[in-house]
Design a protein around this ligand. Sequence first.
Ligand code: AMP
Length: 476
Amino acid sequence: MEETKTITFDELGLSNELLEAVKSKGFETPTPVQARTIPEILNHGRDIISLAQTGTGKTAAFGLPIVQLADDKTSQTQALILSPTRELCLQIAKDLASFATTRQRINIVAVYGGSDIKTQLKALKGPAQIVVGTPGRVIDLIERGSLKIGNIRWLVLDEADEMLNMGFKEDIETILSSTPEERQTLLFSATMPPFIAKMVGQYMKDPMEIKIGRTNEGASTVEHHYYVVKAQDRYAALKRIVDMVPDIYGIVFCRTRQEAKEVADKLIADGYNADALHGDLSQAQRDMVMQRFRIKHLQILVATDVAARGIDVTELTHVINYNLPDDPEVYIHRSGRTGRAGKKGISVSIVHTRELSRIKQISKVSHKDFTRVMVPTAEEICQAKLRYFIEGVENQQVDTDGAIAGLLPKVCERLETLSKEEIIAKFVSVEFESVNRYYQNAEDLNVELADDRKKGRKGEKPGMLDEADTARIFLI
Ligand code: AMP
């Protein structure tokens, strides 16, 4: 997480109670978005537009001061936080509750679609000073007279672009026009498409712009790799990239639901630990997939941008752009999901020759260097798999007192006639039969670029990036 060196939490105007909460969260220094947003809210200052994405500390940026200022002598709703998905609402409510441990009388209520409204109606009967909700459900609850927004002091639009992409435009406008004019409006968005700019002009007063999200999203711990293949080899290349990293934990981004479904189905059929996350799934199905991914029972999540928004997983090893997004900002947002918390992450793009200009454009907008990496050969993949397998064998704990203790003598007796070398050869063969079979006669998937020919070998610079940017990289 990028931090400002000069400012401390103490200097932002937070109360001792909140400073205590910050401390127990383990936050040491405010992030840039926090350094600028917290005082602005505490001083009842200007509206804020922040190009800040997940990972920038934006939840604490608005959450800490709102929790501090919320009045616990009244049960009226004073803050309304709108967020696109149920998962994000729950995450925000959880974060805010963790800031409010010393403000026990402040209640934070999450309301979202796809869930029994009765429980939410009941929760809103009690004190609900802070409400976090998806726009559709918020409107529903307002119409039922359960949620009253006439006394709102803060309105937060979280992931505004995503809410609009998801068709919440009218709901948001209805909410904006039903809250008091003197409210402070805080808008967070990964991108600033024209319709958001229009909404800002119409509903926000002299807003202060904070553009720091981007620098954090494109953290320097992320390497940006791209592979150039023929369009029809995209899936085969994906397999090889994944095969090189047997312990991969990543998201494969697709452009459409259909594509996400197809890629996931193929990966599953090919024996990978993968599943799809897209808008065609029911809420229960989405929850199940996300939960499996969160606890790492799933290694590869194939998702659309919208569906992936709700996932707050910090340890991804890879983000794979199966197809590049049209908007460079979306690429920056995708790649910002890896390389978090000081860990190294790799953002991979699989492109065909006509898409090279897009890589160039993203590189320019994001100020990131992109490295062309060659699709691994069959031999390299087999070597990587072997290395991984041997490491697994070496690190395997053997519980000699456990269930296998009774079986081992029989197994040893059975294999008695084989030498150590023969046993090893057979073990390795069992493990490798399917990989070897698949990669037998496998072709080179790399596309030769004009500049490669000049240089006499594939993989040299594709004529737009520095020569040093090209490499055959071994990921293990
Ligand atoms: P967010 O951008 O709100 O999704 O926050 C991303 C992550 O950063 C969350 O896990 C927060 O707990 C963490 N975080 C927020 N602010 C800080 C901070 N000042 N120092 C360290 N971690 C933080």
